[in-house]
Design a protein around this ligand. Structure first.
Ligand SMILES: CC(C)(COP(=O)(O)OP(=O)(O)OC[C@H]1O[C@@H](n2cnc3c(N)ncnc32)[C@H](O)[C@@H]1OP(=O)(O)O)[C@@H](O)C(=O)NCCC(=O)NCCS
Length: 154
């Protein structure tokens, strides 16, 4: 029998369009767009990401049909060797290690795709994310427009 509450990481596909649209809406309502805005959090963008076919990576963390987190590795499409990682965890699923686990999962994908380093951009006042990345071993080198740039050697 299928486990309706199974915890999984899933590649985004069109079957998730409605859930992703709702998830983006909830992120906006919670004010998360302030720290997480790789693209607008609109229904149109949800559709684009769910139908995306390319070299970049868009994944969700789900519990059954419920989305708990959204993560990505981008830059390959634009020809960069070092992908940029972005991640957001739903407010209701924070503080239990999902963000850290998701990042390590994305690192495995990056290694499988031959990447040697990962880049992140984090707002200087986003202390939770900075602590998380630094705890994993990211080194932050410089700041531009209020954001720190960090790298992790895979
Ligand atoms: C940053 C974010 C992804 C963390 O997700 P999370 O699942 O809550 O994080 P985890 O439970 O895996 O915690 C990992 C580490 O983060 C830090 N952390 C998590 N919650 C924290 C809190 N409330 N206060 C301080 N540090 C915290 C800790 O270092 C923790 O490590 P520890 O458990 O060994 O102490 C989540 O807060 C989020 O989605 N924020 C909004 C979007 C964002 O800022 N994204 C990152 C920029 S791309």
């Amino acid at each position: 029998m299928e486990d309706e509450k199974a915890l999984e990481f899933r590649a985004l596909t069109s079957q998730w369009k409605q859930q992703v649209t709702d998830f983006f809406e909830e992120l906006k309502d919670a004010g998360d767009y302030k720290y997480f805005h790789p693209h607008p959090l609109t229904a149109k963008e949800a559709e684009i990401r769910c139908n995306y076919a390319g070299n970049d990576i868009y994944y969700i963390s789900v519990e059954g049909k419920q989305i708990l987190g959204y993560g990505m590795l981008r830059g390959w499409d634009e020809g960069y060797e070092i992908p940029s990682l972005g991640i957001v965890i739903h407010q209701s699923a924070r503080g239990i290690g999902l963000g850290k686990t998701f990042i390590h999962f994305l690192h495995v994908i990056a290694r499988r795709k031959g990447a040697k380093r990962i880049r992140v951009k984090v707002y200087t006042e986003n202390v939770v994310a900075l602590k998380l990345y630094e705890g994993i071993g990211y080194k932050f080198h410089a700041a531009e427009e209020g954001q720190k740039i960090g790298f992790f050697n895979l």
